[in-house]
Design a binder for this molecule. Structure first.
Ligand code: 4NP
Length: 158
């Protein structure tokens, strides 16, 4: 059975597309791409149908990651169809826990709880900040966290 991961942030144009691309890359590098599917979505629908913010696309391109997905809002059925749903910050986790239908299958996890120092575990919203530094920071956090999560999965810990 293919396992499914959904990356969530507020708008689905900055952090979660980066997290999606990084997780896909992590899985491909582990040689198990056929066993996994990765997608992303937003808590809100403001950017539905749009490509990621140009700064997120630049960061992915700088790191050799391809990306062609478009933003969409999270749906009730996602909580049943995905095995792991990741939020980027505490607000995302509050929203996910509020939106999840009772008894749904998905594990709701904060991405930064894997592999990152406690003080660094929030993947902060970079949308309203000038420039690309906050996007690069989000990318670096995603690389560490996706690798740490995936090692835990492969060790059967989660
Ligand atoms: P993201 O960033 O949640 O990382 O995609 C945001 C993008 C857009 C908005 C907020 C956050 N917005 O309010 O439009």
């Amino acid at each position: 059975m293919v396992k499914k991961i959904l990356m969530i942030c507020l708008g689905n144009i900055c952090r979660s597309p980066i997290a999606e691309a990084v997780m896909q890359d992590t899985i491909e590098k582990a040689g198990v791409a056929k066993d996994w599917e990765v997608d992303s979505a937003g808590i809100g629908d403001w950017h539905a149908g749009n490509s990621p913010d140009y700064r997120a696309l630049n960061i992915m391109k700088n790191h050799g990651l391809k990306y062609s997905n478009h933003a969409r809002q999270i749906r009730n059925i996602d909580f049943e169809q995905f095995d792991y749903i990741f939020g980027m910050d505490d607000e995302n986790m509050d929203d996910l826990n509020r939106l999840a239908p009772k008894g749904s299958k998905a594990k709701l996890l904060m991405l930064g709880n894997f592999g990152l120092d406690k003080k660094d575990r929030i993947i902060k919203d970079p949308y309203y900040l000038k420039g690309e530094a906050a996007f690069e920071k989000a990318y670096q956090q995603c690389v560490v966290a996706c690798d740490a999560f995936f090692k835990e999965v492969q060790a059967g810990k989660i």
